[in-house]
Design a protein around this ligand. Structure first.
Ligand code: CP
Length: 316
């Protein structure tokens, strides 16, 4: 198996296969329940998480495997100063696959170079969050039947929001996406992400500050939380955190089939009243996150899903 630090580590056919596998898993839960019997996953989480850690773990448990790990570095030897590399050289002896989350950009890459088993990036600082993107793609696929030919608005903290960076990177590979990047000046999309769009002839972007004036054009509105933990200055965070709040009034201006996504956790940026709107897709994203992690974990360790017919052979 190969490590997944960014979705660039997977080919587009491999990503399509994962989407197809996740659909199969959803409708064949009993059949796949022993796919990873005897496998062990380690979750090494140096930063808080609810969805990512619990869904990585549930995914392995639902495939018949087992899970070890730590949540928060206080109780691991990281608190005594052990390096990521030494931790991975150690844990590689115990498990078949590792999921790691760390506050530093590049930590998952460092981990993968030290490990002798596949490492999956579960979020490295403000850089990338590839398995969230898999959940996002599955949600677009189920809402629209495609992940291309869409106008995708991304709103909020586009600077530190790693889920945004991974999603843009991957949608550019699929092509034919118009990005509407909605943020305050202080939280604009990093240049390396814009460069990715610029390098993709079939994709384009505009940068705007106002959500209301563009919401009617969007097929997808991807809301994000302002990433308090990546701010150096509390005053800046307090000033910027409530820049965008999506509520039913604003949704009245949106297309009737627009999909509202959010990687979660949310703070104030989506009013709770929106949860009942049929356009709210963020709890579907949560479910898709678990299914996509089941697809990814079984693939990375090389275990076939019983009864699964690959997309590749169906298309051939
Ligand atoms: N979406 C996401 O990464 O959520 P958690 O931080 O709760 O894992």
């Amino acid at each position: 198996g190969k490590s997944v630090i960014s979705l660039d580590d997977l080919s587009l056919p491999q990503i399509r296969e994962l989407l197809h596998k996740a659909q199969y898993i959803d409708s064949h839960r009993r059949e796949v329940a022993h796919t990873c019997d005897g496998r062990v996953l380690a979750t090494l989480f140096y930063e808080p998480s609810t969805r990512t850690r619990l869904s990585f773990e549930t995914a392995m448990l639902r495939l018949g495997g087992k899970v070890i790990g730590f949540a928060g570095s206080q109780l691991s030897s990281a608190s005594k100063g052990e390096s990521i590399a030494d931790t991975l050289k150690t844990v590689s002896n115990y498990v078949d696959v590792v999921a790691i989350r760390h506050p530093k950009e590049g930590a998952a890459l460092v981990a993968s170079r030290a490990a002798s088993v596949p490492v999956i990036n579960a979020g490295d600082g403000g850089h990338m969050h590839p398995t969230q993107t898999l959940a996002d793609l599955a949600t677009l696929q189920s809402r629209f039947g495609r992940v291309t030919n869409l106008t995708v608005g991304l709103c909020g903290d586009l600077m530190f929001g790693r889920t945004v960076h991974s999603l843009i990177e991957t949608l550019c590979r699929f092509g034919n996406v118009r990005f509407v990047l909605i943020s305050p000046d202080e939280l604009k999309t990093p240049q390396y992400v814009l460069d990715r769009i610029n390098a993709t002839p079939s994709c384009s972007y505009v940068e705007v500050k106002d959500l209301v004036s563009v919401i009617g054009d969007l097929d997808v509105l991807y809301m994000t939380r302002v990433q308090q933990e990546r701010f150096f200055n509390e005053d800046d965070y307090l000033r910027l955190r409530d820049t965008y709040i999506l509520d039913e009034d604003k949704l009245q201006l949106a297309k009737p089939d627009m999909a509202v996504l959010h990687p979660l956790p949310r703070i104030n940026e989506i009013a709770v009243e929106v949860d009942n709107d049929p356009r709210a897709a963020y709890f579907e994203q949560v479910k898709n996150g678990m299914l996509m992690r089941m697809a990814l974990e079984s693939s990375v360790v090389g275990d076939e899903l019983p009864g699964y017919v690959p997309l590749e052979s169906k298309e051939a």
